[in-house]
Design a protein around this ligand. Structure first.
Ligand code: LLP
Length: 435
């Protein structure tokens, strides 16, 4: 995928950089991000929408992978940015991302976060619930501003991979319930407030979605809501945010649709259900922008074979840099980056180095005969890996490198041992002379 290929040495090469060299230069394990592929994905979304001739806006969902350099790319490519916390907002602002292209999501924004976002002048808030609605109204009033908002709805459509379910009332912590009339009440309240300006609706139906039916259904539900609230309150939304969730190919058998198929389906549904007053369509993909662009390089350490049972190959990372297999039974592909042309010879399972039996990255993968010192490349790790990384066992988070046209730039330094204790404090009464 992307700019990956196998070079003359039989090594994996990404963005013109030899993976074995990358490990030598920057250490192991290492997150490598293919910058060209990230940009390509962003452009695919923009171009797909442009060709629908409908008004649109594409935001990148920070939660998938957010760093200062990533925010620079999002800015350069002209996308908007979805943030869910003060940390994601801080990162964006620090990177010089224009606040008028940032919007704030989340089901429990704190007063501090709301004030920070109001002060920064973010484009809008996606309001999730009644408590937030009154809190925001109060804080906007205090700040002497008008907060622009979308209302997050739970449309009762939930899609995952290749199926979707429809429920009357979705049992979710997110958003105003559609079926029970909560959204309608929120519209009424928002319109009555001089400190809030309601601009539209939001819904998000799931993640890693492989079909368009769920999006179509969600548009229909939104259209019903729109006509209902137009009749009841005379409110016509100028924005309809359909969330993210577009699937990617983690493994050979995954069958995501091309970006344009999702976009066309949403656009078609909007066109046919909104004969007049077509709202601006917003989407906020995360995984489909960065997921396939990421590769994690590890060094193989110990190897244990239980005769007739299994061969465990341990690498120098694991569930701290990629918690997805342990959390979601997520499955990944991998190859030996230093012997990428060799034929598979054995079936092994890739274990992490953390102290937990569940710390397995891949079960049963065919590889050439694996040796200590080999470089293992796990592909498709660009979304929800670095962003969900942790320090379990006080293992340091790897560095992140962006590669492009043979250039490799560190965008996140590897954590140091000192970083791990930076915020630790020893109470006076426990102090030892030399510490
Ligand atoms: N918008 C909203 C409101 C969301 O909740 C999400 C993801 C997105 C956009 C972006 O969705 P994407 O395009 O990335 O599918 N940690 C999980 C995924 C959690 C997704 C949460 N919300 C994973 O590793 O699979």
């Amino acid at each position: 995928h992307g700019t990956s290929r196998i070079n003359e040495q039989g090594h994996l090469e990404i963005g013109g950089c030899d993976a074995v060299e990358l490990i030598r230069t920057f250490g192991s394990p290492l997150y490598v991000m293919d910058e060209a592929l990230i940009r390509h994905r962003m452009r695919q979304f923009m171009e797909a929408f442009e060709s629908t001739n409908l008004p649109f806006q594409v935001a990148y969902a920070s939660k998938a992978f957010s760093t200062l350099a990533m925010c620079r790319i999002v800015d350069e490519e002209g996308l908007h940015l979805d943030v869910v916390s003060d940390g994601e907002l801080f990162t964006a602002l620090k990177a010089g991302f224009p606040p008028e292209r940032i919007y704030f999501h989340g089901n429990n924004k704190t007063p501090d976060e709301i004030q920070m976002a109001l002060h920064a002048g973010v484009r809008l808030f996606v309001v999730d619930n009644f408590v937030e609605l009154s809190l925001l109204e109060h804080l906007a009033g205090q700040a002497g501003t008008i907060a622009r908002i979308l209302l997050r709805t739970t449309p009762g459509v939930e899609a995952h991979t290749h199926n979707y379910i429809q429920t009357g009332q979705e049992d979710s912590k997110f958003g105003f319930d559609l079926a029970s009339g909560q959204v309608q009440e929120a519209v009424r309240q928002a319109m009555a407030s001089p400190n809030l300006r309601l601009e539209g609706y939001h819904c998000h139906i799931g993640s890693q979605i492989f079909e368009v039916e769920g999006f179509r259904l969600a548009v229909q539900k939104m259209a019903n809501l729109v006509s209902e609230c137009r009749e009841s309150f005379g409110f016509t939304p100028s924005i309809l945010n359909m969330g993210g969730g577009f699937g990617i190919r983690y493994r050979e058998e995954d069958t995501p649709l091309p970006v344009s198929r999702y976009v066309d389906a949403i656009a078609e549904a909007v066109r046919s259900t909104f004969p007049q007053h077509v709202p601006e369509i917003w989407v906020e993909p995360g995984r489909s922008i960065t997921g396939e662009a990421g590769t994690t390089l590890y060094t193989v350490g110990t190897i244990k074979e239980i005769p007739g049972v299994r061969k465990y190959v341990s690498v120098d990372g694991g569930m701290n840099d990629n918690p997805r297999p342990a959390l979601y039974q997520a499955e990944y592909e991998a190859l030996l980056a230093n012997r990428a042309l060799e034929e598979p010879e054995e079936t092994v399972s890739i274990a992490g180095k953390l102290c937990e039996s569940g710390d397995m990255l891949i079960w049963d993968i065919s590889l050439p005969k694996v040796k200590t010192g080999d470089v293992l490349a796990v592909t498709c790790t660009g979304a929800y890996n670095y962003s969900m990384a942790n320090n379990y066992n006080r293992v340091r988070r790897p560095a992140v490198v962006f590669v492009r046209d043979g250039m490799a730039d560190v965008v996140v330094e590897r954590e140091t041992l000192e970083d791990l204790t930076r915020n630790d404090r020893i109470p006076e009464r426990m102090k030892k002379e030399h510490v």
